[in-house]
Design a protein. Structure first.
Length: 448
């Protein structure tokens, strides 16, 4: 199977249809949720066993009755107020007639999505960004009716992040709402960068909105101490702090992704002075996020500095006179010259270089050893390029092209395997899965 076919197979289209499931002579009701070239997803009020064959039949408005045998791959862990059960099914046995019907359904859905995509203009995206929280409140409960461009970032939210938009609002909910809204805006702005840069007149709208979102995030972050003080006496204070940390992590990586896309894309564009000021604000904040997520120290950061220069005893008196003429800065710091004649200096230089090389080689193998440890322990169905723990946070990095090949079944398999690992690890409380381009894909937390 070619690379392009794999990507097409992973594309799922929303597809709701009432169906009947036949299992061991029992006829059970269920409902299709979406469909792809690899299978379907259903929701059932009845428990179905995994890794078994079932017959399914449903009625399509245009294609008529579609029937086939499917293989139940796995059950998805989704929160549902009606206690329904969600399953991913693979095609197992379809006759030629039904295969053609399924292909017709897929082609129809693909064309509909393509037409919908063409309807989205840059102006309409900016309008949604400007609406922010108001747009989320209006559409969060009915995402299947929302264009995938806007629905996807909201579908990936945690359940508690969706719930803060319901019921009465308190200071804690307000902060989480603000983080969720900023995350949503950052994702949208990141995705429109290539289109916004096609015409110079579009750039001001992009940069001004990006700066506005960044300042909103900073204003919200400044309330952290007050929010922690507000929830400190709550019974579920620990849970709320964990959720707060998850939301701040999510918005951190979404803003980093947005800023990185803007900074790297605008480098070759000649900007007006006022726009350059916007870019400087974004660039400065982007560099700061990179410093926070990249603890590695390069050779350029290593300096040999002595508080005072070495003084020869014979020239002690002369040096006093010279010192008076030196500036305060020269008296305070002295960087020894490595070009001074003498075997001792050369030996010191060689030893220092060897030491630096040894440290970097050690760090490389130490980092690789840590990555291999987590690869072996978690056993994910996708290559991990780097894995490391920082405090109670575990970072798992993947290649963007590898992550793009995942379908929903494998994505949920990754989520479950990481959860199983965290349940047995005494240190890790939060795991962040992201691609090498700093695009966060999943945040998994545990309250154990």
């Amino acid at each position: 199977m070619t690379e392009s076919k794999k990507k097409r197979a992973a594309t799922r289209y929303p597809y709701v249809a009432d169906a009947q499931c036949i299992k061991e002579d029992q006829v059970l009701s269920c409902q299709l949720q979406d469909i792809s070239t690899s299978g379907i997803q259903i929701v059932s009020p009845t428990l179905l066993g995994e890794e078994q064959q079932i017959s399914l039949v449903w009625e399509d408005a245009e294609e008529g009755e579609i029937e086939g045998v499917f293989y139940v791959m796995r059950k998805f862990q989704k929160e549902d107020k009606e206690n329904r059960h969600f399953y991913g099914l693979r095609y197992y046995q379809l006759d030629a007639f039904c295969k053609q019907k399924v292909l017709n359904v897929l082609n129809k859905l693909k064309n509909v999505q393509k037409k919908e995509s063409e309807k989205i203009s840059l102006e309409s995206i900016y309008e949604v960004v400007d609406q922010g929280q108001r747009y989320i409140v209006q559409n969060l409960s009915n995402l299947k009716e929302v264009h995938p461009f806007f629905a996807k970032p909201l579908e990936d939210l945690s359940s508690y992040e969706k719930e803060v938009f319901e019921g009465e609002v308190d200071p804690y909910k307000e902060v989480i709402q603000s983080f969720v809204t900023a995350h949503f805006q950052c994702v949208l702005l990141k995705n429109v960068v290539p289109f916004a840069l096609k015409k110079p007149k579009r750039i001001p709208s992009l940069l001004s909105r990006a700066v506005k979102v960044l300042k909103t995030i900073e204003e919200t972050e400044s309330k952290e101490e007050a929010i922690f003080d507000y929830i400190k006496d709550f019974e579920n204070a620990a849970d709320l702090r964990m959720q707060y940390n998850e939301s701040t992590n999510r918005v951190f990586y979404s803003k980093q992704g947005m800023m990185g896309k803007i900074v790297k894309s605008v480098e070759s564009v000649q900007l007006l002075p006022e726009l350059q000021e916007y870019l400087n604000i974004i660039s400065k904040r982007y560099d700061h996020t990179i410093e926070l997520t990249n603890p590695n120290i390069g050779l350029e950061d290593i300096h040999t500095v002595s508080k005072h220069p070495p003084v020869d005893k014979k020239d002690k008196d002369k040096s006093k006179d010279k010192d008076k003429a030196k500036s305060k800065f020269q008296q305070k710091y002295y960087v020894p010259s490595l070009e001074t004649k003498g075997v001792g200096k050369k030996v010191f230089l060689v030893l220092m270089i060897l030491g630096i090389i040894s440290v970097n080689v050690f760090n490389y193998f130490n980092k690789q050893q840590e990555t291999n440890k987590y690869i072996s322990a978690i056993k994910l169905p996708i290559p991990i390029t780097e894995a490391y723990r920082d405090g109670t946070q575990l970072f798992l990095l993947f290649k963007p092209q590898d992550w793009a090949k995942l379908d929903e079944v494998r994505t949920n398999e990754i989520k479950n395997k990481v959860k199983d690992f965290m349940a047995n690890d005494k240190w890790v409380r939060t795991t962040l899965l992201r691609t090498d381009d700093a695009d966060i894909k999943m945040i998994i937390t545990t309250l154990q």
